[in-house]
Write a protein that binds this ligand. Sequence first.
Ligand code: ASN
Length: 466
Amino acid sequence: MDSQIKQLHQQLVNKEISCTALVQEKLDALKANTNNTVNSLLDTLALELASKVDAKIANGESIGLLEGIPFGIKDVYMVQGTYTTASSDLLKNYKSAYTATAIQKLLDAGAIPLVKENCDSFGHGSSSENTIFGAVKNAINPHLVSGGSSGGSAVNVAKDYTVFSIGGDTGGSVRQPAGYNHVYGLKPTYGRISRYGLMAYASSTDCVGPIAKSVEDIRIVLNIMSGKDSKDQTTYASAEIDETSITNSEGIKTIGYFKNFIESDAIDPKIKSDFLASIEKIKAKGIEVKELDFFKSDILVSTYYTLAMAETASNLSRLDGSNYGNRIDDKNLKESYAVTRSENFSEETKRRIVGGNQVLSQGFSDEIYLKGLALRDAISVNFENDFNEVDIILSPVTPNSPPKIGDSLKDPHAMYLSDAYTVGFSLGQLPTLTVPQGTETGLQITAAKNNDELVLKFANFLKDTL
Ligand SMILES: NC(=O)C[C@H](N)C(=O)O
């Protein structure tokens, strides 16, 4: 059985393991880990919840599928009473006053939260080095970065410290670290899962995204978290995805890939040849493959970063030390804001706030911000047209393999460019999943809006094909 959730559920029900022993084993592994995945452990809460599950089983009561299953949470989600630091100095002592909707749904289903996970501060980064808790090390090679921003979450899953983790994906933050650590990571259609209680980075592309070791576990967790929420007006009601509907490849006849992604000078030759070899295997299974034309990938990167920086400058303007966070007092209120923000935000976050405010300022906004919005519309129309021709768009997750620790900090521009294949699908608000097959950093499967089911279906097909 592929699904770790189902396997552990069976073991709990058969009393082959106790929930307390399972939780304790994972907490010990998290505590001892040298990959820097942990910002704070939720050990007291986790063990309390585990003993309740054990008591239920001992009483002969039935338990739900997620009951007693240990999971991790990227440190940008509110969980009442826990530290929620966004890996930043500014919020290093901040405790959540409420719980995010997506996390509450998992808690209601009985899943057990173990850890708030290390990540790039406020989601700003592609390497999980922009953090006050130390760079997260890759699960396969600790000299390399874990990817980001949900690096701690992907490594915890890869190392079996958590059964699944909840990352957040604005421009690739779930998919890219999932690729770098050889696990599955989904960015659902924007609005499928409520963002309430997810610390806002760029609100128009922020998505809650599960990371796990199988398509089936992604499906289970996605179903629990999905749904309309009155606290997030962008959410919509979606039908549950049934297990049997994703175990056949019916409905997938044609897939496409972007020629200029694969022909770009920036792509690592090995990633290119592995991708093209995967395409041949897919064709051999009777699927038609079309080459698609698209904007150059550097246009995707510049459009994404223009809008993401503008949105984060606006979202983070509330963090000035007056209501939350690590306030530093100075001569007067204005100076106190300035010192608090200058001292407590990282270099990367300040770069984005300054860039974002420039993009939004008078004299620049018409030429840059409004142009960014217009390009985003054009990109979305391009995708809609593509999905009239193909059922799925396939691409490598990244043009490059994971860099060495330290390299991304030296060259932020190169780091932005490494997001070339993930950010477009964020701008289009499309469902897109990383699978750990096909290239060194995995493949990315994308479908039309609200077609998350097709993405999971194709992932199962690829597992049997590659
Ligand atoms: N947050 C994300 O989705 C990661 C992306 N590299 C960014 O810095 O915006």
